[in-house]
Design a protein around this ligand. Structure first.
Ligand SMILES: *Cc1c(COP(=O)(O)O)cnc(C)c1O
Length: 376
């Protein structure tokens, strides 16, 4: 359809140059396009076990009340989170996924006069929320490929991008799509060095997957010391509730107060609220999910070793593999074999492919398909 109206010129300046977030390819799309039936999706870092049965039961029970608005303050979920995390309820901000919370930070703290800083290869939502409010993004060069944490965040370059106009610093720990992380000493030193007027968002979407041995810190321990710290978490990853959209921020109550001012009154739906609350109580499901991920990570790394392929260090539920050829080509070949992975050329990593850890059978399917592609 032609359009005589130049709609783009009417859009806010930041929005004009925005590129929409590219999600992992949905299974249903591949089924339509290729007529394939038996499809394995390892493209969006979802939990192969799905949600806790307790969460599903809570959703079932809540269906009867769908005519009612949700609890706009999320009292029960906040109570459960506050108890679990050892923080006050006033420190919590709930979001329609943690992406919503990231956007709340941008809307509350950034203007066209301000800047946000984040690292190259960092999670794609940071530039989107920054540009959408007309603020300027400053991108800090990442570690070089030969670094112990290749393509990971570099605290020195992040600090180097901070100036008088900086209002927000986004850090994904661990980062998606690389899997890399800042260790306790690095993150603590960075928090100490950043001026207090810069809100530091530490995005811990994969925090529950982190192995204690890895020294990838739980940033909640620094909340008391740094009133400018915002830690974000989600129920989309290890809790297996990506479809319901629920995440949260933990911060100083004064920051939470500001975030809650720009929040939509009912941003978290009633099914998400009850599912998340129930999911928090199922520590067994959490432990099972963590164990399955650890085993799957081993399974995929063993295969990479056999192929002679290198991967980036990861404490998440995904592995970013150097394919030594365009990752998108491998992605397309895998699609034909019914396996959906994630090319990361749009993240400045053209030769890498990000593969989520699935069930043992899903990983095996992916490994077989990839062996086939690599032989061809
Ligand atoms: C998946 C992911 C999120 C979570 O997004 P939701 O909106 O909570 O589903 C946040 N940050 C990073 C780095 C992620 O990879």
């Amino acid at each position: 359809m032609t359009c005589d109206l130049d709609v783009l010129s009417l859009a806010a300046p930041g929005v004009r140059s925005l590129h929409p977030y590219q999600p992992g390819k949905p299974e249903s799309e591949l089924r339509r396009e290729y007529g394939l039936r038996d499809i394995v999706k390892l493209a969006s870092n979802e939990n192969p076990l799905g949600p806790s049965p307790k969460a599903l039961a809570a959703v079932q029970a809540a269906l009867a009340d769908l005519a009612r608005y949700p609890d706009g303050n999320g009292f029960e979920l906040k109570t459960a989170l506050a108890t679990r995390l050892g923080v006050s309820m006033a420190a919590l901000t709930l979001g329609n996924g943690s992406n919503d919370v990231l956007e709340l930070v941008a809307r509350a703290f950034l203007t066209p006069e301000h800047e946000a800083v984040f690292a190259a290869h960092a999670f794609a939502v940071y530039p989107i929320v920054t540009q959408a409010v007309g603020a300027t993004a400053r991108i800090a060069p990442a570690n070089p490929p030969d670094h112990a944490m290749p393509y990971g965040h570099d605290p020195a370059t992040l600090l180097g991008q901070i100036n008088d106009r900086t209002r927000v610093l986004f850090i994904a720990n661990p980062n998606n799509p690389t899997g890399t992380w800042l260790n306790s000493a690095e993150l603590e030193a960075l928090l100490e060095a950043v001026p207090e007027r810069v809100i530091v968002v530490v995005d811990e979407a994969y925090g529950e997957y982190v192995d204690a041995a890895a020294d990838c810190p739980d940033a909640l321990r620094w909340l008391e010391r740094f009133p400018n710290l915002v830690v974000t978490r989600t129920f989309s990853k290890v809790y297996g509730l990506a479809g319901l959209r629920v995440g949260y921020a933990v911060s100083h109550p004064a920051v939470a107060d500001v975030l809650n001012r720009v929040r939509q009154p009912f941003n978290v739906n009633s099914l998400a609220l009850v599912a998340a609350t129930a999911a928090l109580e199922d520590s067994e499901h959490l432990a099972r999910s963590q164990r399955l991920n650890r085993a799957g990570m081993q399974q995929l790394q063993d295969a990479c070793r056999a192929w002679g392929l290198r991967w980036l260090p990861s404490v998440g539920n995904f592995l970013c593999i150097d394919m030594q050829r365009p990752g998108r080509d491998v992605f397309l070949e895998l699609l034909k074999r019914g396996v959906i992975t994630r090319p990361v050329d749009n993240y400045g990593l053209p030769n890498f492919l990000r593969i989520s850890i699935g069930s043992t059978a899903e990983n095996a399917r992916c490994i077989d398909a990839l062996s086939d592609v690599l032989r061809a």
